[in-house]
Design a binder for this molecule. Structure first.
Ligand code: FE2
Length: 385
């Protein structure tokens, strides 16, 4: 399969490319702008099993916004809402609805990260800024990526506090158990018609990423709609950003629907890893998380043939996967299990993916067709197909 070849080519470039001018240690946090952060935080705790970590708002001396920081293993979510009509966050909310504003990346040197990326053409969002409190100091800087989404570089090697200076630990009497989410596996951006390659080049030139997997509309299509996708990875492979653009089909694709309702490019989904997807999804369903409808029975009957050799190492019961609507895909290195939530807000925009990798390095291309058909059934209900 051509995609696999690209993986090898991509990794070779990663290992021998030699010019990692932007070393990234991992995802630091993801910040969402939301209409009501207090209620959103309750949802992410109750339904997704996030834990209360830190808070900033009126009680900490911040007058114009409130931010709730939630964590689950290595994942940190920040939910921010404006407190006044004059806050610039309002314009973002009015245009896009609730959604991801910041994909923050953990770096050794936020000043150098800013300099290296802006001199390569990145549009500045935040000049290197030092913040300090009794636990030390943090330096942050930021650049714009697609749409109004930004990357913030976080240098925290001289900081021992809970989250960032200005935040206080958030102690809550309400602490639902986690659901086994471990870390962010990848985050996907939807960009406009014909803009995918421009953003691929931006991640190559400005961030030093490589394109290590590509899917075109011949691989990803149904009778009605299609998309094109390229997966960008940083040098050490810890950060992966697939970028989608819509492709022509008989009807409106899910990417187009997203662009219409988000009113521009933005983060389509956050994929979070678990090492026990059956347990995680069982718990999420019990707590009210809605997932896309399961594919038809024939999909599950075909799994042994699709997995081939990898069936030997598969220990999950296919009937359990079917009952939960979990999808399965395989590549040369192993298999993966994945499932997608419905959008987590009223606009059909941001959603989550739960993924368990059993060796496979891909993104479930073998599931795209089943997935698309499932999404099209939902679009039909929304009258947006
Ligand atoms: Fe994904």
């Amino acid at each position: 399969m051509s995609a696999i070849k690209n993986v090898e080519y991509g990794l070779e470039k990663i290992f021998y490319g030699a010019q990692d001018f932007l070393p990234l240690l991992g995802t630091d946090y993801v910040e969402l702008y939301v209409g009501n952060a207090k209620q959103a935080a309750h949802f992410y705790k109750t339904a997704f099993g996030f834990q209360s970590l830190a808070y900033a708002g009126l009680e900490t001396g911040v007058r114009d916004k409130a931010s709730y920081v939630l964590s689950q293993d290595k994942i940190r979510l920040v939910l921010t809402t404006p407190l006044t009509s004059s806050s610039a966050i309002n314009q973002h909310l009015a245009k896009h609805g609730d959604g991801v504003k910041v994909i923050a990346l953990w770096v050794e040197d936020a000043t150098k990260s800013f300099e290296e990326t802006t001199k390569r053409g990145a549009r500045p969002f935040m000049e290197p800024t030092k913040e300090a409190d009794e636990f030390g100091e943090v330096i942050r800087s930021g650049i714009y990526t697609y749409g109004e989404t930004v990357h913030v570089f976080v240098e925290r090697k001289n900081y021992k506090g809970t989250f960032l200076p200005g935040y206080k630990p958030w102690k809550s009497d309400y602490n639902p158990t986690d659901v086994g989410l471990k870390f962010i596996d990848h985050m996907v951006g939807n960009v406009g018609w014909g803009e995918m390659n421009q953003w691929v080049k931006w991640y190559e030139d400005v961030m030093g990423f490589v394109n290590f997997l590509s899917f075109d509309d011949k691989q990803i299509h149904t009778e009605y709609s299609a998309l094109m996708s390229k997966v960008m990875s940083n040098g050490n492979g810890r950060i992966k950003f697939p970028i989608n653009e819509p492709a022509e089909g008989k009807k409106k694709s899910q990417i187009e629907e997203y662009l219409d309702f988000y009113e521009g490019a933005g983060v389509q989904h956050i994929a979070v890893a678990t090492d026990d997807i059956i347990k995680t999804v069982t718990t999420l369903r019990a707590r009210g998380i809605e997932f896309l409808g399961a594919p038809p029975r024939t999909y599950y009957e075909e799994i042994p043939a699709r997995l081939g050799e990898h069936m030997k190492m598969m220990h999950e019961d296919i009937s359990v996967l079917e009952a939960l609507g979990i999808l399965v895909d395989a590549d040369e290195d192993g298999y993966l299990l994945q499932i997608f939530t419905r959008p987590v807000e009223d606009r059909p925009t941001l959603f989550f993916e739960i993924i368990q990798r059993m060796g496979a390095k891909g993104f479930g291309a073998g599931n795209f067709k089943a997935l698309f058909e499932s999404i099209e059934r939902e679009q039909e209900r929304r009258g947006t197909l």
